[in-house]
Each structure stands twice: as C-alpha cells, then as structure tokens.
Ligand binder design. Structure first.
Ligand code: ZN
Length: 231
C-alpha cells in the first residue's frame, strides 16, 4: 500500500472522515483514549530523546537556523528532554500518579471541591500551549483521596498532546475508576494559544468544558458546585 493510501485510510479512521486540514482549527476529537500506536513504548525514553533531538535539529536546519551558534546548539537536546521528561510525560502510563485511598472516617458525605487547579497542556493540532484551570468535585462512596492527588491526576492527563474535551473526559474517567463512584464533576476553563496567538487570533475567548456524572447531573448539585467555584 502506498504512503498516500495509508494516510487517507488513517484520516478516515481517526478523523471521522474529515481530512487533517478540515479538523485543524476545530478541535474535534476522536475518542476518550489518546490515539497511540501499539508499540508506543517499545523504544526507551533515552532512545526517544536521542531520536527527537536529531529530528528537531533537522527542523531547525530546514528553517535555516545556524546550529553552530552557541545559543541554538543545545536546543534540539533541550526540546527532546522537555518533550519526554516534562510536557508530554503523561503519554507514558508509568508516569501515572500512584494514588492511595483512605477510609472516609470523617463521615463527610457532601461534595468535595478542589478548584482552580492550574495546568499547562498542549494542543495536539498545533503543538502550542493550552493554559487553564480545572475544577474537580466528587462525593465519597466510602473512600477519600489525598487532595494533592487530584492535582496530580489533572497534571498527568494535561501532559499530553490534547484536546480539551478529551482531557475533561480522561480526568473524569480516571476519578470514577479510582474513587469507585459516578458522582464526579470536572469543569475546565482554558485558553488555547492556537486560537489566541495564531489563526483567528482571538485573545479574549476561553473554552469551557464539563463532565457531570451521577448526582452531579442534578441541577441543584450543579448550582451548588458553581457557587463554590465562583466564590
Ligand atoms: Zn490547536
């Protein structure tokens, strides 16, 4: 099969029949799981960094940058390290935060809200930053989670090439599994640099996405949650 046919097939499968150009600025997404190749972790992190550094150096070279310049020559290695160890480290399941649960000894049975969790992610269509805040709420089904773990779960899923809809659902899904309850709410309010710094260049718009599960489908609970967040 030629590369062209392969690419067309891939577009059909992954992009619901839209071409990559159609989808570019529209933030459509294809499913809850980040699309990964089956052999995504066959290569070690060390080898990935070596390979990315070579490829990034080529991008810089093609753009005409002088890689012998003192300021530029370390950039390919810096970018490779940043991709694998930092901003895309959430692609690797080994980096998923280990979460300990505790018995709900305080008998606290109202919603718990962790609000204004700052995160940095990157848009998977343009590889430029998404900067936002996540608000998370849950009602205990018998177990409670350490508060900082809620932040860590947000950071883990943010450190991937993302679309905001998928980020929202991935966080909600993980919390449902860990806390063994449907009573989860996730609200994300974020700024996409691919919208503000290029393309349509709208610096004032923001994107809000939400997930309301279980008891949070109730309008009263939603209003209560919004009151806490806006306080
Ligand atoms: Zn984008």
């Amino acid at each position: 099969m030629s590369t062209k046919t392969l690419n067309l097939k891939r577009n059909k499968n992954y992009l619901n029949g839209f071409t990559a150009t159609d989808i570019g600025d529209d933030h459509l997404y294809t499913g809850i799981d980040t699309p990964m190749k089956p052999d995504a972790f066959k290569m070690s992190d060390i080898d990935k960094k070596k390979r990315i550094a070579i490829l990034f150096e080529e991008i810089m070279d093609v753009m005409g940058l002088d890689l012998t310049d003192d300021s530029l020559k370390g950039t390919p290695q810096r970018v490779a390290k940043m991709y694998i160890d930092e901003i895309f480290s959430g692609l690797n399941p080994q980096n998923k935060p280990k979460v300990a649960l505790f018995e709900n000894k305080y008998q606290y049975n109202q919603m718990l809200v962790e609000k204004n969790i700052t995160f940095y992610s990157n848009c998977e269509h343009h590889f430029v930053p998404i900067i936002g805040r996540a608000h998370i709420a849950y009602i205990s089904s018998g177990k409670v989670i350490g508060l900082s773990k809620l932040n860590r779960i947000v950071q883990y899923f943010a450190k991937r090439p993302q679309v905001q809809e998928r980020l929202t659902n991935q966080i909600a899904n993980e919390l449902k599994k860990i806390l063994n309850t449907e009573d989860i709410a996730v609200i994300i309010d974020a700024k996409h640099l691919c919208v503000s710094s290029r393309g349509i260049k709208d610096d004032t718009s923001a994107t809000v996405t939400c997930y309301y599960g279980g008891q949070f489908k109730d309008q009263g609970k939603i209003t209560e949650l919004h009151n806490y967040i806006n306080n």
